[in-house]
Design a protein around this ligand. Structure first.
Ligand code: ADP
Ligand code: MG
Length: 210
């Protein structure tokens, strides 16, 4: 599939479904090391994104990402709203008007990570969503440099994010609400890293549709 507006719209629809299906799981993860609102916030946010896209069908990848950014910024509370909002806004800025190439898909992941770090000031290894987006970028870069196509770049990003999210279990949180727990945050997955891996998994899933 070409990575055009239809792909990006489908990415948001699938994300809405996956976040909805994982709502309770994300709430439970956030209950363990945060305040338990992550699943609810994201569920509401992505439902609104899909509604916004139904009201105003987007004509480019950039438009989809802009609408997602604006909607997430205004409807998702907590830390995650502004972080994901900035991620999608930065990704929108680098999205080309043409369907994404492998380099274009890589640029999107890279810009999203930059946005998250510009906003939250977290480095890798602090048990945040950066620990999903960082490995996603590494894996995506490897595929793009090996000459793979855009779908393979997104597949690698999704796998990298999943591995990164799984590895947050062993990390002590030093940023965000979970950092208040110190050592006691070890042994739990970071909810934002898990939701990030869900979002990136859907970016790849959306490429499978005809
Ligand atoms: P809150 O902590 O305000 O309740 P959420 O529950 O919506 O916000 O989101 C929590 C997630 O946000 C964490 O699991 C973590 O991944 C992410 N997060 C928190 N602070 C930062 C930060 N400074 N940089 C990157 N990600 C962060
Ligand atoms: Mg929370």
């Amino acid at each position: 599939m070409t990575l055009d507006a239809a792909w990006a719209t489908r990415w948001m629809t699938l994300t809405r479904e996956a976040v909805g299906a994982n709502r309770e799981y994300l709430i439970e993860l956030d209950r363990q090391i945060g305040d338990g609102d992550h699943g609810e916030n994201l569920d509401r946010g992505f439902a609104q994104v899909v509604e916004a896209l139904e009201d105003t069908p987007a004509e480019s990848v950039q438009d989809v990402l802009k609408i997602a950014a604006k909607t997430l910024m205004s409807t998702v509370g907590g830390a995650a709203g502004p972080l994901y909002g900035t991620a999608f806004l930065r990704a929108a800025k680098v999205a080309s008007p043409d369907p994404l190439s492998a380099q274009g898909a890589l640029a999107l992941v890279s810009a999203a990570l930059e946005g998250i770090q510009a906003r939250g000031k977290a480095e890798r290894g602090e048990k945040t969503m950066v620990d999903a987006w960082g490995p996603a970028l590494d894996a995506a870069k490897e595929e793009a440099e090996a000459g793979k196509d855009a779908c393979e770049v997104l597949k690698a990003a999704a796998l990298g994010a999943a591995e990164g999210a799984a590895a947050t279990e062993g990390i002590k949180a030093t940023k965000g609400r979970a950092s208040y727990l110190g050592e006691r945050s070890i042994g739990h997955l970071d909810p934002g890293a898990v939701s990030s891996s869900i979002i990136l998994a859907q970016a790849f899933e959306a490429t499978k549709e005809v």
